[in-house]
Design a protein around this ligand. Structure first.
Ligand code: SER
Length: 343
């Protein structure tokens, strides 16, 4: 198991074997939530289940979700291409448990989520245990929130205690310090409190699990690469760009290398967002897409000295690559390429 497609499939198969149903990615474009322009996490499409407004089709769900983080709380746009591990669009692998007080055994909580995280990473993906750290929520006195002893005790069963770090702890040298070779791959969120209007917290009758694993980062680790762009998620696009502009990607920090990475990243975001129904425009979500597209054009025009429309030529490469997991682009590739070329 070493291709990106195999790594993604292994995640879904693993959670299927733990009685999860696998659902498709929701569209990257959000039409019915005034708080979001784009899907920015796997949990977005399940918000009504967490809030108890709707009942989930299964207490256990897993998927890979197309996410875009270029607006609002998460905005990585200016980093993208400059470093090797931030993206506009990325895939978030997720497993969920939606608790139901009437049927407490249908879902799961920290014990299972933590044990399965470790099993998947170390037994299925065979990641070296000595290269992993975990962090747990350290608590917040002001908020009246205790340290997450329950998670700590579950992690203690599988990993040495000096590798369990307290979230936000300042004295750690490497973990969560934006070191390019020490990166977060998976966020396990345990939902157990409801914050009331007066600011106090009450325990929820049903507890939930919300996890998100950065697919591009996971693939990079498993393929032994220093950069997400050296994985087979991006290498096909980078080769195609090289052929079009008549230059080779050097994988350095110079502007032409950054331009290759910007293009490889941005064409995915633009293509999938248009395929999901958002055209470039002068305002709102459409303007975000226009900005991403223009940033890509600026980079190839200036640093790869290519003076013709380029991006539309890459749509077929992306459509082909993701045909099995996100067929929506494959089905509309001519339309998407035409929109991009016109823009
Ligand atoms: N919602 C959490 C995140 O976005 C975990 O999926 O990281």
């Amino acid at each position: 198991m070493n291709t990106a497609a195999e790594i993604r499939q292994a995640f879904l198969d693993f959670f299927k074997s733990k009685q999860h149903i696998i659902v498709p990615s929701a569209p990257i474009v959000v039409k019915n939530d005034p708080t979001l322009l784009f899907t920015n996490a796997g949990m977005n499409q399940f918000k009504d289940y967490f809030l108890g407004n709707k009942t989930a089709p299964s207490a256990r769900i897993a998927d890979t979700q197309k996410c875009l983080r270029v607006s609002g709380k998460h905005n990585d746009l200016e980093e993208v291409g400059v470093d090797t591990y931030h993206h506009t669009m990325f895939e978030m692998l997720g497993n969920w448990s939606f608790g139901d007080p009437k049927n407490p055994t249908a879902g799961y909580f920290k014990k299972e989520a933590i044990a399965w995280s470790w099993e998947l990473l170390t037994e299925v993906y065979k990641l070296d245990k000595d290269r992993l750290y975990v962090s747990i929520f350290e608590g917040d006195e002001k908020e009246g929130l205790p340290k997450d002893e329950e998670a700590y005790n579950e992690w203690k069963k599988v990993i040495a205690e000096d590798r369990i770090l307290l979230g936000n702890k300042k004295d750690n040298e490497l973990v969560n310090k934006d070191h390019p070779q020490v990166i977060e791959i998976w966020n396990n969120v345990f939902i157990q409190f409801n914050r009331k209007k007066d600011g106090s917290l009450e325990l929820l009758p049903a507890k939930h699990v919300d996890t998100g694993m950065g697919f591009e980062r996971l693939v990079r680790v498993l393929q032994g690469k220093q950069s997400n762009y050296d994985t087979d998620i991006f290498s096909g696009t980078i080769i195609a760009i090289g052929k079009i502009v008549g230059k080779n990607y050097q994988g350095q920090n110079d502007k032409p290398s950054i331009a290759f990475r910007v293009l490889a990243d941005h064409i995915r975001a633009i293509s999938f967002t248009i395929a999901d129904g958002q055209l470039p425009s002068n305002s709102g979500a459409g303007y975000v897409i226009r900005r991403i597209l223009r940033r890509a054009v600026r980079y190839y025009y200036t640093y790869l000295a290519y003076k013709q429309p380029l991006l539309h030529q890459l749509v077929t490469v992306i459509a082909q690559q993701f045909k099995d997991v996100f067929p929506e682009l494959w089905q509309q590739q001519e339309f998407v390429a035409k929109v991009i070329k016109e823009e």
